[in-house]
Every structure is written in C-alpha cells, then in structure tokens.
Design a protein around this ligand. Structure first.
Ligand code: AMP
Ligand code: MG
Length: 520
C-alpha cells in the first residue's frame, strides 16, 4: 500500500509530553501518543470498496497482510505516530469533565484526490482516556457502526465513514444489559474515517480549564483545515465559525428526522464539529412513527434523546459549544442571535423537508397544518414510518377512496383503522388530495421526487441484529447483503423486497432490536 500520509493534527497541535499509556487527566495538550494494542488473531470481515478508493487503496491490496496488519492495529504504517484525542463533554445534560478517546486510536491522515481523511481504529485498546473501560469493542456494536455509517452516507445523511471491520481474535467481557450477567463476546475493530474526529467536547475541555491558548489553537486549526472559506481567524471569524457549525448541525438533524434515525446518545462528546453523525452506539430507526421513541435503555427514564427531542438537544449542545467558544469572542450577543436563528431556520427547513416527503413542490400557507394532521394520524395507530412514506408516493390525484388502501401495509394492525380513526385518515387524504391537485406535478413526477427522499430500505433494528447473530456464528453473508442493499436505499431493488417489510413481532421487545444499552 502506498498511502499519501498528510498528518496535521499531531503535527500542528501540542501533544501530551507523558508518553506512558496510563489513565490520567491530561493538561495543556490536544492528544496523547499511544500505540494500538496488538490483537490476538485479527481477521478481516468486510471492507468498504468505496472508502478504499477514496483513500487510494487498490482492490488487490485489500486482502494483503499489510492491510490486515495496519487496520487491525498489529503494525504501524511507516512514519506515522498514532494518538488518542483529549476531549470533554456533557453527558445526558451533565458536565462529565475529561473524556477523550478511550478506545479509539487515530492512525494517520491520508490525502487523496484532494481530500483529507483521518483514519481511526475503534476498539484498538487502552489509552490514557480509557477511565474504567478496557479500550475494546465487541462484534455486535462494531457491525452496527460499520453498517450504519455507510448506510447513512448513501441515504445522503452527513456521517463519518468506515473502511474496514475486523475480528480481533480476543474475547471481550461485557455486561450487555447492566444486570450482573457479564459474558465474553467476540472482540472487533472498526476503522472509521472522517475528515476529522474533532467534537464539540474538544473545545469544551479547554474552555472548562480556562486554557484559552489551546482553545484558540484548536479553533484556529479547525477553521484553517475544515472551514477555510472563513479566512484568517479573528473575533468575527470565530462567530462565523459558530454559525457554520450551527448550520451544518441543523442540516444533519433535518436529515435524521427525514429518515427516522434516532442517535440515542447525543452527548456533546458525540457531536462532530463538521455536523456529521458520529459514534454509532445504541442508535435506532423508527419503525412505528413515535416522537417519544428512543432505542437507548440507559435513557429509558427521561428519554432525553428521543426522536422528537433531537432538534432541541442539538440546540442545547450548540449552546454548550457557544459557551466554550465565548472566551475567544467575549460577547454573548452574536452567539445568542445565531442560536435564536437556529430555531427559526429549523422550522422553515423542517417544513421544506416534510413538503419534500409529501411530494409538494410549492409552499402553501396551510402546509404546516397538513403535516401536523398527518403526524396525528400516524400516531393514532402504530404506523411504520418508512413504509408509509414509500407507499404514499403511489397516490394518484382524485383517488381519495384509495388513499388508505395504498398505505395499508404500513399499519402494524390495519384492523384498528376504523370508526373515528378511519375518519381522521379520510379527512387527511381529502386535504392531501386538494393539496396535490394544487401542484403542477403529475402523479408520476411526484412519485419520482418522493422516492428520492423517502428511502425504501433502512437498517431496521432487527435487521442489524440478524446480521450480528449470523456474524457471531462466523457467517458474514448477511453483513455483505445488507451492505450492498443499503448502498441504494432509494432504489426499488426487487431482489431485496423481503426487507421492505414491517418489523416482525418477535423483534418488538427483543434485546438488540428495539432495546439497546450503551454497553458496546
Ligand atoms: P460513548 O458513549 O461510546 O460515546 O463513550 C463515552 C466515553 O467513554 C468516551 O470517552 C469513550 O472513549 C469512552 N468509552 C466507551 N467505551 C469504552 C471502553 N470500552 N473502553 C474505554 N473507554 C470507553
Ligand atoms: Mg463517544
């Protein structure tokens, strides 16, 4: 492999002077040098051919010993200095202090086709930031991160990417349900890829310690490499930087709401400074449409990170970032203006996004009501979000009586749709019919537009679990199948039709399907 190494983070920013791999608080540094742990007997399970191409790895090199060694952490690529990043964060609304890469190790940055990619191994062993953890990851959570990262990318949702999924050959002890039943699971290592893995929490760390010098260095570095269009740092540019991060974050959240993705752990250490979805833990996909749903059992009580709360949490997290950047600007008002604007922009962009899901090209006064009425309908009986929107594109103008029939397969119990519930739906189809009749689009034009924003295939919670169960038996066929299918989530792909189906009943309350803990 001939990779064009182009390190910047560990070349331009201050490092921890302590080189020992011991758990500690790290001051005055952005990262600590640390080598990945050598895994017992690594085995490649899957690679993303697209990411190989993106970073300049040839197909023939994927099966090589060198590839296996570098991306399992067994060997270092020549002239590289791996490191773990220091960051802090707010977890579930509370200040958590120093966190950092406890089980992620950054290998190097690669430049290819004018793009910069930071490569990071997740599950590659202890670092100074591991706190009480072992620095490892299990196969189940690694399969979930691997499949979902690429699936989100193909859905058009900003996200970190992945290069490879490996077994480490080590056994990892996990108490999956936090109920005292710890058991050994297969260890795994994912190589994640993103332009940078800097999070809101990196800024919070320095602000919390009043280390303004490093706060400024980090901000200047981030602007120089990832927001270069903003120009040379100044107070004004820091404000613009915050605005740019706010806009990108908002865009990401709109996408999540569009496809029914629930992150599950929107702590500020899990918020990318690039507005990319990062840290796939106990995430999930809405099956029955429900604002109150979260897959994360750790958050079961307060449901802070439920689907309907994601836009508010993003704003709350942005406020924490604003607080962190404040010392560079020393004026609160510009930040407040931007945060207030987020709320207005969110309303507008959400409305536009929902219009696109409904195939509405023009903007009309009553659209907000139409959308809210639809949400009410979706909630009166369990309705599969993905299937509903995908089927709705078959609606033909004037066929109000056919409306319910067209979307019938989206209901988990269609028998329930009678009486008042049926009336509510019929009223909605009446309003929808009027609305599509006021549009210039033909039925088939509308369908094409809707099918381009309403995915047919998403990584349903039970699908990921089926792939994991097979993988635990040593059969990786389902991982490959899903990987391929999720490359084209908006295409019909009749060969995968069986996955265009509601969640089976057995999966409703099964661990790993709708219930996930942070244990990974
Ligand atoms: P997460 O909730 O996965 O985003 O992780 C929160 C913090 O815990 C981060 O600092 C992680 O690096 C750390 N962490 C999570 N799992 C482990 C583990 N198995 N070993 C060490 N650190 C971990
Ligand atoms: Mg994290």
């Amino acid at each position: 492999m001939q990779l064009k190494i182009a390190d910047t983070f560990n070349k331009e920013l201050p490092s921890d002077t302590n080189l020992s791999n011991t758990r500690r608080k790290v001051f005055g540094a952005m990262y600590s040098y640390v080598k990945p742990r050598v895994p017992k007997s690594p085995k490649l399970i899957h690679v993303s051919p697209e990411m190989c191409e993106n970073i300049g790895i040839h197909e023939d090199e994927v099966g090589s010993e060198e590839f296996l060694n570098i991306f399992s952490g067994s060997e270092l690529y020549k002239e590289t200095q791996p490191y773990a990043m220091a960051y802090a964060g707010h977890q579930f609304g509370n200040w958590a202090g120093q966190l950092g890469d406890g089980r992620a190790i950054n290998l190097f940055e690669v430049q290819h086709n004018k793009k910069r990619w930071a490569m990071q191994l997740k599950g590659a062993g202890e670092t100074p930031y591991s706190r009480q953890g072992d620095g490892l990851a299990v196969l189940r959570s690694s399969v979930r991160e691997y499949l979902c990262s690429e699936a989100m990318h193909h859905l058009g949702v900003p996200t970190t990417r992945v290069l490879s999924l490996m077994l480490s050959g080590d056994e990892v002890l996990r108490d999956m349900l936090y109920n005292g039943n710890a058991a050994y699971e297969k260890g795994a290592i994912v190589c994640r890829v993103a332009p940078t893995f800097i999070r809101f929490g990196n800024f919070e760390l320095f602000a919390s310690r009043n280390d303004i010098d490093n706060l400024k260095k980090l901000t200047d570095y981030t602007i120089k490499h990832f927001y270069p269009e903003l120009g040379a740092p100044s107070k004004e540019v820091y404000i613009q930087f915050f605005k740019a991060v706010t806009d990108k974050t908002l865009e990401m959240i709109i996408h999540w709401q569009r496809v029914g993705f629930v992150h599950g752990v929107m702590n500020t250490d899990n918020m990318s400074i690039l507005g990319q979805t990062i840290d796939y833990g106990p995430y999930g996909w809405l099956e029955g449409f429900d604002f109150g749903w979260t897959p994360n059992t750790t958050d079961r009580e307060h449901k802070r990170y439920r689907y309907g709360n994601q836009p508010n949490i993003a704003l709350w997290n942005l406020l924490q970032l604003a607080n962190a950047l404040y010392p560079l600007v020393e004026e609160a008002e510009p930040f407040e203006t931007i945060l207030n604007q987020y709320q207005k922009d969110f309303e507008d962009e959400f409305l536009d996004m929902m219009r696109s899901k409904l195939g509405l090209d023009t903007k009309v006064e009553g659209d907000k009501q139409l959308i809210e009425d639809l949400e009410d309908c979706l909630l009166i009986s369990e309705t599969d979000m993905t299937i509903f929107y995908r089927l709705l594109s078959n609606y033909q103008k004037g066929n109000i009586d056919e409306g319910l029939k067209i979307v019938e397969d989206a209901f988990y119990n269609s028998e329930e749709i009678k009486g008042d519930k049926k009336k509510k739906w019929e009223a909605w189809f009446n309003a929808y019919d009027k609305r599509v009749n006021s549009e210039p689009l033909t039925d088939s034009e509308r369908r094409l537009k809707m099918d381009a924003v309403n995915p047919k295939y998403v990584l349903r919670n039970y699908m990921a679990q089926l792939a994991i169960d097979k993988a635990n038996e040593g059969d990786y066929g389902l991982i490959d199948d899903m990987f391929k299918m999720l490359k084209n989530p908006y295409r019909n792909q009749p060969e995968y039709q069986k996955w265009f189906a509601k969640r089976p009943e057995w999966a409703r309350h099964k661990v790993g399907c709708s219930m996930l803990s942070c244990s990974s």
